[in-house]
Design a protein around this ligand. Structure first.
Ligand code: PLP
Length: 304
């Protein structure tokens, strides 16, 4: 059943001259407790896999500002699972706010060189980690596996019933795992547009196809597409226009965004409405995938 409490309808009050009143925001940032946003959905499937195997230690990878490691640590603390974080790059002087949280929730943090981190998908390296942290389940960076995609199918159930007649869903994309689950979960008649947060992520479409297959999605699933022109300079980069948009949006709609993912997705919607590429009639659902804990890395944001 659709949970209307998780849908925020934006007012007609314009943001930098553009009214966004046809947009409803699906507030995944309000779900998941200590692990808000899409990451908890991705981890749900992996937790089930760990339980099936009788394993109570989860190992995964991420940078010092990784939303995924943050969520893994939180979910571990909530479920009594041990967690191990393999962190990209030698330890600098102080932990980031994100790693501090993860450590306080009991995550065992291992900093590795960038060279070693590059081996994170190498089967030999993974076997080595499995031996070292045995018995454990090793989850890929970002929770990007088939269990992760299947876990994200539940996102569709949160909103689909609240929007009669279908809608255009817009969400930020890193690995495409969340998008694949959403597409697989939504009924035909909807449309899903992913906004790539990375520059030149040419393998994304293929990864989504693989995710859809893993979810057992039929070819009659809803239409989807990834837009590659809203990375704003590359992953975790920003430009002036994006920063101005995020600050204006937050002010007008009293809703927090972060610049890595959700800010770029809402910025893309703003640009598509401004240029007229998207008309004023089709209802838009912006999926707020969370990540707000990462705002602490951006002093220019108003972190009230
Ligand atoms: C990880 C993340 C994404 C990207 O999810 P994918 O499944 O990797 O595409 C989007 N938004 C936020 C806030 C995230 O933390």
């Amino acid at each position: 059943m659709g949970d209307t409490a998780l849908l925020t309808h934006l007012s007609m009050e314009p943001v930098l001259g553009v009214a966004m009143g046809q947009v409803s925001v699906l507030r995944l940032d309000r779900t998941g407790g200590l692990a808000p946003g899409n990451k908890a959905f991705k981890l749900r499937g992996n937790l089930e896999a760990a339980r099936r195997r009788g394993v109570s230690r989860l190992v995964s990878f991420g940078g010092a500002w990784s939303n995924h490691l943050h969520a893994l640590a939180a979910v571990g603390a909530a479920t009594g699972m041990e967690t191990v974080g393999i962190v990209r790059g030698e330890k600098s002087t102080a932990d980031t706010a994100m790693l501090e949280d993860a450590r306080s929730w009991g995550m065992d943090l291992h900093h590795v060189s960038r060279g070693e981190y590059r081996k994170r998908n190498d089967p030999d390296y993974l076997r080595q980690l499995e031996r070292r942290f045995h018995p454990c389940l090793v989850i890929p960076e970002g929770g990007a596996n088939t269990d992760g995609a299947r876990g994200c199918m539940a996102i569709a159930g949160v909103a689909a019933d609240s929007i009669p007649g279908g809608a255009r869903y817009v969400l930020p994309v890193g690995t495409g795992t969340t998008l694949a689950g959403l597409v697989a979960g939504l009924p035909a008649g909807n449309e899903v547009i992913g906004i790539s947060a990375l520059k030149g992520a040419t393998d994304l479409e293929l990864r989504v196809e693989q995710g859809l297959q893993a979810c057992g999605a039929l070819s009659s699933h809803c239409q989807w597409q990834i837009l590659h022109d809203f990375h704003c300079g590359g992953f975790a980069r920003t430009h002036t226009e994006l920063r101005e948009f995020i600050l204006a949006f937050q002010h007008v709609h009293q809703m927090a965004l972060e610049p890595v993912y959700t800010g770029k997705a809402l910025f893309a919607i703003y640009q598509m409405l401004k240029s007229g590429a998207w008309g004023p009639d089709r209802p838009l659902v912006a999926v707020h995938t969370g990540g707000l804990q990462g705002r602490r890395g951006y002093p220019w944001l108003d972190t009230r």
